[in-house]
Design a protein around this ligand. Structure first.
Ligand code: G4P
Length: 539
């Protein structure tokens, strides 16, 4: 091939990557348990025709028939421990929804997923507004400057006033809410949605059982006023108020993380879900170039590069495998490529690349920026690792998140201390749990630290299944961790209700406190002490 033909082919390839990247929307749903994340996930996929019936993605207790069987633990509890990735197309867009565990025991994995998305949907229960886990996850979005679209769910049942919910968002998290649409009828007496930009009104009719998309009917303002009467009048007055205060959707402040487009609806009967998909398509950012660890940009059309954001062991008990989830950051991925693992410089074969769809796997042949690849048997890969083709690159490491649960681990099988130590250290590097230690506590009794207590169960299970050691955990009373220094460690050594431990992986000194009160008293008594919040602390 001539030089000219080669560069023409290269230009075609670059254009292909850029065009495909522009179609991608890679996002996660952040919410508190029970706000309706599983229901919304199913409703989104249903509207996008990725699955034929709601309930096929991942069930929870009561929808057991479709519960994932990745881990026995998961089966026993009827919960989804692992993050599934869903990909579906909607009109001309390709949507990648990175799911996060949807139960109270969330973990560092939940946070890490946010390293791989370009946008988040903040899902609120209309009766509850902002709840603790939503706040924590939102803080990670803010730290990473991830744009957030808000969906106020469950409008089909009694809830709070829409203006009051907007006010809460503005006051508590300093995010300017800008409604895309507005509900007619109070929560529980829902009549339909007014599209703010056009004034068009959409009424919804529930399908029996809520298993299919709700029928939508568009009405003119005059017909809507006739049909919804007083409720329509109230909604238009509220809209006038929003116009007055200038609360309109603004793309640049949304992308900067300062404002949030707000949509109303109900995931269960599928009200307003299609509009949410359109909002993702119209407003959410497509994948953008990523900066490497040295702050240099990796253009989207550069040769392939990807970030490992999660490693899941034992996804298939029968095969004892380990899947690394990789977010494509640049270039075109083709199965069979031999990539380089930036951390070790070793080649990495991708013969077994897969797309994860709920609990189903499909072989994945091609992927573009924004897509997620599952690499099976990727024993060498850790969260935060980079894989690349041709031109070397290494992305910044994924930060460790603030643990809130602490337990001392001890080996119950005498004579197996070596396996115990090896297993603990492996789980630490994999990011399953954080391992803390101190001279005082010694090597035999490391302190395991977790963002959610479920991480302990996963650690204990894996120690037994993979290293043949049974571990006993003794829970500690601490609930708060702050970064400190040697001087802080000296002062806190004399305090009760506090302790300083070293995080093994990066040497960070963590000061642990029993509660906020103890932390506040320590700060008051020692105003010069270094006690810094870590990432994802919603204070
Ligand atoms: P999660 O993943 O965020 O934890 O929440 P999930 O979707 O499981 O929803 C929690 C509960 O809220 C479920 O009821 C679900 O049916 C209900 N729900 C979700 N969205 C809506 C909505 O728009 N309207 C109404 N009325 N309810 C909604 P459940 O009784 O706990 O479970 P299930 O037996 O219905 O599955």
């Amino acid at each position: 091939m001539t030089q000219g033909a080669m560069s023409a082919r290269q230009a075609d390839g670059d254009a292909d990557v850029l065009a495909e990247a522009r179609r991608r929307r890679t996002f996660a749903v952040i919410s508190h348990p029970d706000a309706g994340k599983s229901t919304l996930t199913e409703a989104l996929a249903l509207h996008a025709s990725a699955i034929s019936q709601a309930g096929a993605v991942h069930g929870k207790a009561g929808r057991r028939g479709v519960t994932s069987d990745w881990m026995a633990m998961e089966r026993d509890r009827g919960i989804s421990v692992t993050s599934a990735t869903l990909r579906f197309s909607y009109r001309d867009a390709v949507l990648n929804l990175l799911d996060t565990p949807g139960h109270a025991d969330f973990s560092e994995d939940t946070y890490r997923v946010l390293e791989a998305v370009d946008c988040a949907i903040m899902l609120l229960d209309s009766a509850k507004g902002l709840e603790t886990q939503t706040l924590k996850l939102f803080e990670v979005c803010r730290a990473r400057r991830i744009p957030v679209i808000t969906f106020v769910n469950k409008w089909d049942r009694p809830g709070r006033e829409p203006l009051e919910l907007l006010d809460e968002i503005e006051q508590r998290i300093r995010l300017r809410p800008t409604p895309v649409n507005w509900p007619v009828g109070i929560a529980g007496d829902f009549r339909g949605l007014i599209e703010r930009s056009t004034g068009a009104f959409t009424a919804f009719t529930r399908t029996p059982g809520g298993a299919g998309p709700a029928a939508e009917e568009r009405l003119t303002a005059a017909r809507a006023a006739q049909r919804a009467g007083q409720a329509y009048q109230v909604a238009t007055e509220e809209l006038a108020l929003l116009d007055e205060i200038g609360s309109t959707v603004d793309l640049s402040s949304f992308l900067a993380g300062d404002s949030s487009p707000v949509l109303f609806g109900a995931a269960l009967p599928n009200f307003g879900v299609r509009r949410l998909l359109d909002a993702l398509r119209e407003l959410a950012p497509a994948p953008a170039l990523r900066l490497d660890a040295a702050g240099q940009p990796r253009p989207l059309h550069a040769p392939f590069s990807g970030l490992v954001f999660k490693v899941q062991a034992n996804m298939n008990q029968a095969h004892r495998d380990r899947v690394a989830f990789v977010r494509v950051c640049s270039g075109r991925f083709e199965r069979g490529m031999v990539l380089t693992h930036a951390a070790t410089g070793r080649p990495f074969a991708t013969k077994y690349a897969q797309a994860m769809f709920g609990q189903d796997r499909q072989t994945l042949d091609v992927a573009y920026p924004g897509d997620v690849i599952g690499l099976v048997n990727a024993t060498a890969l850790r969260p935060g690792d980079t894989l690349y083709d041709q031109v070397p690159v290494e992305f910044p490491p994924i930060p460790s998140f603030t643990p809130e649960h602490f337990a001392v681990a001890r080996c119950k099988d005498s004579g197996k201390h070596k396996q115990f130590r090896k297993g603990i250290s492996q789980l630490d590097t994999e990011g399953v749990i954080q391992v803390l230690s101190s001279e005082l506590r010694g090597d035999q009794a490391p302190v395991l630290a977790a963002v959610g207590p479920l991480q302990f169960d996963v650690a204990v299970n894996r120690l037994e299944a993979e290293y043949g050691v049974r571990a006993a955990l003794e829970h500690l009373d601490y609930t708060i961790a702050r970064r400190t220094d040697a001087a802080g460690a000296g002062v806190l050594a004399r305090e009760r209700g506090a302790e300083v431990l070293t995080r093994r992986l990066d040497g960070t000194l963590l000061a642990l406190f029993t509660d906020r009160w103890k932390l506040a008293v320590t700060k008051r008594d020692h105003p010069d002490l270094r006690l810094e919040a870590l990432l994802a602390d919603a204070e």
